[in-house]
Design a protein around this ligand. Structure first.
Ligand SMILES: [Zn+2]
Length: 469
C-alpha cells in the first residue's frame, strides 16, 4: 500500500502577467475536469470505475478525442486542450468517481442508518491541478536557497503551454520537515500540484511511502483497547509477553479521557437538544434546524475519534521502540440485526465512533509499522476476568463503572475487566496459531495471583497474569 503526504509551498505574489497564466491554467483544467465528470455517467460510471487507471484513460480518450483513425468520437471534447492537462483531468475525474461510488456503497451499507447524508455526485468548487512530472521542475527549491524558483508549464495569452519561473517562499520549518520525512522513508515524487486558495497560489509537493501490513506472530507487546465511548472513551491495557517463559505481564492500564470528555459532554448536550426538539415538534431528527445540530455532532464525534486514535497511536509508537507491537480491538458487530427499542441513537453514534477510531488506528499502524488485530467479543464485558463467571456491572455513585463477581468477590473497573478478558481471548488466539479468534482457553482459568482480592484500579494494574495451559 502507498501512503501520501503533501508539503505546501506558497508562490510569491506574481505580477499581473504571470498571475494571468496561472489562472488560465487552473481555469482550463477546471473546464476539462467538469467536461469529463459530465461524460463519465454517459459512458457508464460503474464500467469506468472497474477499470485500472490506464485502461480508464485510454477508454475515455478514445471516446472524446478525435484522431486520424477515429475522427468522430462519441463525445468530442472542445479544442485547445493540451494532452497532459487533459490526462491529468481524466485521472482526477476517474479517481473522484471511484471514491464517490465507494462512499455510496458505504452509505447504503451503514451510513443511511446512521443518518449521514447521502454522498452526492462530485461537483468540485476548488481545483488543484496535478502536473505530470515532465511539466514541473522544483530542484531549485530543494537546494535551500534564499530565493528559490519552481518552473511550471502554464498557458499564456496565445494558448501556448510553456515553462515559466515562479519564485517560492518555503515556510520556516519546510526543510526541517522535509528531511524528517525523508529519514522516515518518505520519497519525494517528481510531480507536483498547483493549488489556488483564495487569491494565492501554492505548489504542493507529494511524498510517498510504500508500506506493508505488519503481521506479528510473536509480538513483545500486546495493546488491548476497549472502546467505550460513553464512559472512558478508551481503556488501554498494555501487556508484555515473555515467549520463553510463556508469560504475559500487565505493563499498565491507561485511560483516555481528560479534555476529550469535555468534547463528549458537548456532544451529549447537543444530542439532548435534538431529543427535546423532537419531543416538542414531533419532527424527525433529520429535518430543518436539526440538520445543523447533526452536523455539529458529526464534527465533534469525528474530532473525538481522531484524538482517541492519536493517543492510541502514541502508546503503540512508544512501545514499538522496545519491541514488536500489536494493537488489538474488538471486532464490531454490524448495525444490522440489532434493531431494538431504546437507546438506538446512542448505539448508532457509538458504533460510528468506534469504527472511526479503529479505521484511523489501522491507517496509523500502516504508517508507523506496528500490527493491528481484532478479536470477536465473547462476553468480554460480562464475564469475571478472574473466575470466568458471568458477573454484573454496578455503580456505587450512579455511573455504571464497576464490575463485580458474585462467586469470587472480585471487584474492578468494568472497562479494565473487559480489557483483561479481551487480552485472554487474544492470547489464546496467539497460542493456538491464530486460526480462529475464539476463546480456546477458558477465561480466567490460567490466572495466578488475582484471586479473591478486592481491587481498585491501581490494584488491577499491579496484577500479573500467566498463561500456562
Ligand atoms: Zn469471579
Amino acid at each position: 500500500m502507498k501512503l501520501h503526504k503533501t508539503l505546501l509551498l506558497k508562490i510569491v505574489e506574481p505580477n499581473e502577467g504571470k498571475r494571468k497564466k496561472l489562472e488560465n491554467t487552473i481555469e482550463l483544467y477546471a473546464k476539462v475536469l467538469k467536461f469529463y465528470l459530465g461524460v463519465i455517467p454517459k459512458l457508464g460510471m460503474y464500467r469506468i470505475a472497474s477499470m485500472d487507471s490506464k485502461s480508464a484513460l485510454t477508454f475515455l480518450e478514445f471516446n472524446t478525442v478525435p484522431t486520424k483513425t477515429h475522427p468522430n468520437p462519441l463525445y468530442p471534447i472542445f479544442g485547445g486542450v493540451q494532452t497532459n492537462i487533459r490526462r491529468s483531468a481524466i485521472n482526477k475525474a476517474v479517481g473522484m468517481i471511484k471514491s464517490y461510488l465507494s462512499n455510496l456503497l458505504r452509505w447504503h451499507r451503514e451510513g443511511k442508518e446512521l443518518e449521514h447524508s447521502k454522498p452526492s455526485y462530485p461537483n468540485p468548487k476548488n481545483f488543484s491541478f496535478t502536473y505530470y512530472a515532465t511539466d514541473v521542475e522544483f530542484e531549485d527549491v530543494l537546494s535551500a536557497k534564499e530565493f528559490a524558483f519552481v518552473k511550471l508549464k502554464v498557458i499564456d495569452e496565445k494558448g501556448n503551454y510553456e515553462f515559466v519561473n515562479y519564485p517560492i517562499l518555503p515556510y520556516r520549518r519546510f526543510y526541517e520537515k522535509l528531511s524528517e520525512l525523508k529519514s522516515e522513508g518518505w520519497k519525494l515524487k517528481r510531480s507536483a500540484t498547483l493549488i489556488k486558495k483564495g487569491k494565492s497560489f501554492y505548489v504542493a509537493l507529494t511524498l510517498e511511502k510504500v508500506v506493508k501490513k505488519v503481521k506479528q506472530e510473536r509480538p513483545k507487546y500486546v495493546i488491548n483497547v476497549d472502546l467505550n465511548i460513553q464512559r472512558n472513551l478508551a481503556c488501554i491495557g498494555i501487556f508484555e509477553i515473555d515467549w520463553e517463559k510463556r508469560e504475559s505481564r500487565l505493563y499498565g492500564i491507561k485511560f483516555i479521557k481528560r479534555e476529550l470528555t469535555k468534547l463528549a459532554y458537548k456532544r451529549d448536550y447537543l444530542l439532548e437538544e435534538i431529543r427535546l426538539r423532537q419531543v416538542l415538534t414531533g419532527r424527525s431528527p433529520e429535518r430543518g434546524d436539526n440538520r445543523k445540530l447533526w452536523r455539529k455532532i458529526y464534527n465533534l464525534n469525528r474530532d473525538i475519534a481522531l484524538k482517541v486514535a492519536k493517543e492510541i497511536d502514541e502508546v503503540a509508537k512508544y512501545f514499538k521502540e522496545k519491541g514488536e507491537v500489536v494493537v488489538v480491538f474488538e471486532k464490531l458487530k454490524g448495525l444490522r440485526g440489532k434493531r431494538g427499542k431504546g437507546k438506538r441513537l446512542n448505539r448508532k453514534l457509538s458504533y460510528w465512533m468506534r469504527k472511526s477510531v479503529q479505521e484511523r488506528v489501522e491507517y496509523l499502524a500502516f504508517e508507523n509499522g506496528y500490527g493491528i488485530d481484532f478479536v470477536y467479543p465473547h462476553y468480554t464485558s460480562k464475564r469475571c476476568c478472574v473466575c470466568g463467571l458471568l458477573g454484573e456491572r454496578f455503580s456505587p455513585n450512579g455511573s455504571k463503572a464497576l464490575f463485580g463477581c458474585s462467586r469470587c468477590g472480585y471487584e474492578v473497573n468494568a472497562d479494565v475487566n473487559a480489557v483483561f478478558n479481551q487480552h485472554f481471548v487474544y492470547l489464546s488466539h496467539l497460542l493456538h496459531g491464530g486460526g480462529e479468534a475464539r476463546p480456546v482457553v477458558r477465561v480466567g482459568v490460567s490466572l495466578k495471583g488475582l484471586r479473591k482480592r478486592r481491587h481498585n484500579l491501581s490494584g488491577a494494574s499491579k496484577a500479573m497474569a500467566t498463561f500456562a495451559y
